[in-house]
Design a binder for this molecule. Structure first.
Ligand code: PMP
Length: 441
């Protein structure tokens, strides 16, 4: 397959891809019988692995009882149960949960909740959402607004009225003159500069992925970053939204990516791992301090037909049970370290791969044009697309956005399901080694 074909992200035609036949654990098979090891957990969402019996049975049982009941007419037990289960795992007090069907929808809901909170608390001038460059928050018009990726957003401006952006702490690239902790503070302080530049009373919220995912391949901010970000948001009365769509539900070795630091967000956004790919599901969570005023002004002016539907929520409840029963959060932490060590060994063999980073099983790396100088590839490069194609041919799926010349078109992630074993990591690494041999040729 040529990279041109591979680069057609928005396709209305059939991509030249094999047809999937079946899946189980960390493996998928296509119709020809070829087996693939899933080093990308689908779209970094199949956290509990493929073909989990408990989840499938829970969904079947729910479908036998009631597949759909409109939330305007009825509560349903799985949605109530999932809300309770989530509240017990989220930072204390984040117990007002709202369900949608996916990540972009959840980001939109978070933005609308923030805006309605501002209006309900007599702060109608606040509307701007500051995001980071590079970042990814979703593909719908509203979720694109704070997404720092000009390849995805440019065509849609001014419809996707771009919001102010600050740099993400791209610690592997910039400011070698500063220590890591100084860099964290430096990048956080850019938020304050941007708030003041925009006019503090026009800014509503700051949205960030605690550990950058799709756009930056598992970039972990320095420890100094989060406390300073919280301090700045508090000083200016701005809501902090953590987009945990990719990092949530154990992926990084804690329930939330943000749990690695003591920085409490105002709104948490979840999706992907919440249903682990078994059903479309997303959620936002906030405290009574945010939701109370919105309810008091007549309720959240939002709603989706499938939001809180019983089958998706039954999948969510069963996924959380499986995460606990199988000890997947601890496994993500342990196996993540094994994976990073193995990747570091590969990077010694193939020096153009470097900056192995991440937490838990959200692990990323760079492909350098010049490893000595750590010089990145030119922006129009598609090295990562070539790499994932070579891996795919060899039966290994790794994660990268297939966008030509995106902000970081030279990185990739290895993020298998949280059930992955040492032996399966060995298989991923062996195949990646073969892939890098071919890539270097
Ligand atoms: N936010 C983040 C952090 C994501 O990684 C993604 C998906 N990659 C989204 C939002 C959008 O989710 P979805 O594709 O389900 O709309």
């Amino acid at each position: 397959m040529s990279t041109d074909e591979a680069g057609r992200l928005f396709h209305f035609t059939r991509l030249p891809r094999p047809v999937v036949d079946r899946a189980g654990g960390v493996y998928l098979w296509d119709k020809s019988g070829k087996r693939y090891i899933d080093g990308s957990s689908g779209a970094v969402n199949v956290n509990i692995g493929h073909g989990n019996r408990a989840v499938i049975d829970a969904m079947k049982r729910q479908m036998d009882r009631v597949s759909f009941a409109y939330t305007i007419h009825f509560q349903n037990e799985p949605a109530n149960e999932l809300a309770d289960q989530l509240a017990s795992r989220l930072p204390r007090g984040m117990d007002r949960i709202y369900f949608v069907s996916g990540g972009s929808e959840a980001v939109e809901a978070a933005i609308k909740l923030a805006r309605q909170w501002a209006v309900a608390t007599a702060q109608p001038t606040r509307w701007k959402i500051i995001g980071r460059m590079p970042s990814y928050h979703g593909i719908t018009i509203g979720a694109l607004e704070p997404t720092g990726d000009d390849v995805l957003t440019r065509v849609f401006e001014p419809m996707s009225r771009p919001m102010p952006l600050i740099p993400a702490p791209t610690v592997h690239r910039d400011h070698d003159d500063l220590s890591l902790e100084e860099r964290g503070l430096h990048y956080a302080d850019m938020l304050e500069a941007k708030i003041l530049q925009e006019g503090a009373d026009s800014v509503l919220a700051f949205i960030m992925e605690p550990i950058g995912g799709a756009a930056t391949a598992a970039l972990v901010p320095p420890d100094s970053y989060f406390p300073r970000i919280r301090e700045i948001c508090d000083r200016h009365g701005i809501l902090l939204i953590h987009d945990e769509v990719m990092t949530g539900v154990g992926r990084t070795g804690k329930f939330l990516g943000g749990d690695h630091w003591t920085c409490r967000p105002d709104i948490v956004v979840l999706s992907k791992g919440l249903s682990s790919g078994y059903a479309p599901l997303g959620a936002i969570a906030a405290s009574e301090a945010i939701v109370g005023p919105v309810v008091a002004m007549g309720g959240f002016l939002h709603g989706h037909t499938y939001g809180g539907n019983p089958v998706s929520c039954a999948a969510g409840v069963a996924v959380l049970q499986e995460v606990d029963r199988l000890g997947l959060i601890a496994n993500a932490a342990t196996m993540g370290e094994v994976l990073k060590d193995e990747l570091a060994a590969l990077s010694r063999r193939f020096p153009f791969v470097g900056d192995i980073r991440g937490k838990g099983l959200l692990v990323g790396a760079e492909i350098y044009a010049d490893p000595e100088a750590r010089r990145p590839l030119p922006r129009e490069a598609v090295a990562n697309v070539r790499l994932i194609d070579l891996a795919f041919e060899r039966g290994l799926i790794i994660y990268s956005r297939r966008v030509r010349g995106g902000p970081e078109s030279d990185n990739f992630m290895v993020c298998p399901p949280l059930i992955v074993t040492r032996a399966e990591i060995g298989e991923i690494i062996a195949t990646l080694g073969d892939t890098l041999e071919a890539f270097a040729r």
